[in-house]
Design a protein around this ligand. Structure first.
Ligand code: PLP
Length: 372
């Protein structure tokens, strides 16, 4: 069906630009293991994100696992990591898969990011880190979280998968905390097909990350860590190099899409939209709408009705991590009532740079038509 509207559409550079970018690989025959494209993308990202330290990875999830391991969290016996249930499966899974124990705090009702007060109430002698998640391109309360981490001697590692290129008062989202993980998955604002990165404050972490992502090999005859294989290949890096050149126009287009949605949906009873945060320049990664109980239809009703018209929205994030089958008996989603409220009512509408204004109008007509 030609007029189906999918929830997202991956950004791609012009084909000839990508072909030009990968052509040198047919000369060098160097396809992975920190080749020329890998090095160039790291340099390009340092410039774009305005940071000194970047390590590339095969994807964002593995990047998060590697940074938690390279920082040796848990080595002093403290194994608890405070994070949010309102996130993608990756965040908690990474914590569990490296042998740490997630503790789930509640979120703020306006930003949907970790509520600092809820975080602080859960800290005890066994807590070693906080892993907050920026959501939809909105930033966490980075000042309050930095203050808590400092006062309690905790590591602060951001899941910044939704916040690539976002700044606050001119400061890059990549420079908050001890480290920030980005995802360059095909569905993200900036993609390298699959890919990810860690930006970090302490330069000593650089060699460790490079070793962890390459089997823990530390020199030709030494393997000091039980690392995995998480290297980004040259074709992915080349895609990243090309997509990064076009990113400012892509984000400008996403901003226009967001403005049109806001114009059409703002002020309707029972519809809650995300506002701009003061001082924050967003990347407009997603367009979430929360359908409160006085809207006249439930989130699930709206999701189904859009589907009838061939419009694909996403219940994101739903269910909460605490309600995943794999964590049955481990968490209680009633302990995080704000997260539970939002997860039950939020829907992200189709969002990508080339979404036509006429399609946004169609989507909004169907959404508003659900209110009875
Ligand atoms: C996409 C995403 C990840 C995982 O990134 P991948 O590159 O797909 O491994 C982690 N956390 C959040 C919040 C994400 O949206």
């Amino acid at each position: 069906m030609s007029d189906r509207i999918l929830v997202t559409r991956s950004s791609m550079p012009p084909l000839d630009e990508y072909v030009r970018e990968i052509a040198p690989l047919w000369e060098s025959h160097w396809l992975t293991n920190m080749g020329e494209k890998h090095q160039q993308l790291e340099e390009d990202l340092k410039r774009y994100l305005n940071v000194s330290n970047v390590a590339l990875f095969v994807n964002g999830h593995t990047a998060l696992e590697c940074v938690l391991e390279a920082m040796q969290l848990g080595a002093d016996g403290r194994r608890k990591v405070i994070t949010t249930p309102f996130t993608f499966a990756s965040t908690t899974h990474a914590i569990v898969r490296v042998g740490l124990e997630p503790v789930l705090a509640d979120i703020d009702p306006v930003t949907y990011t970790l509520d600092p007060e809820s975080v602080e109430a859960l800290i005890d002698d066994e807590t070693c880190a906080i892993v907050p998640v920026h959501v939809y391109g909105k930033l966490c309360d980075v000042d309050a979280l930095a203050d808590i981490a400092k006062r309690h001697n905790l590591a602060l590692v951001y899941d910044a998968a939704h916040a690539f290129g976002v700044t606050r008062n001119g400061v890059s989202s990549a420079s908050f905390g001890d480290a920030a993980m980005f995802s360059f998955h095909a569905t993200k604002v900036f993609n390298s097909i699959e890919g990810g990165a860690v930006c970090f404050a302490d330069p000593a972490l650089g060699p460790l990350l490079d070793q962890w992502k390459n089997f823990g090999i530390t020199s030709q005859e030494d393997v000091e860590y039980v690392g995995g294989n998480a290297k980004m290949n040259e074709f992915a890096a080349a895609m990243g190099i090309c997509n990064l050149r076009h990113l400012p126009e892509e984000i400008a287009k996403r901003k226009k899409v967001t403005e049109r949605y806001r114009e059409r949906l703002r002020g309707h009873r029972g519809i809650v939209l995300c506002d701009e945060q003061p001082g924050v320049v967003s990347n407009y990664a997603y367009f979430p709408v929360v359908f409160e109980d006085d809207f006249g239809a439930t989130r699930d009703d709206v999701f189904e009705e859009l589907h009838v018209y061939g419009i694909y929205s996403r219940k994101y994030f739903h269910p909460l991590v605490s309600d995943f089958a794999c964590y049955a008996g481990r968490f209680d989603s009633n302990a995080t009532p704000v997260a539970k409220h939002v997860a039950k009512r939020v829907l992200t509408l189709p969002m990508y740079a080339d979404l036509a204004m006429s399609d946004i109008d169609r989507i909004c007509d169907v959404v508003l038509g659900c209110a009875r």
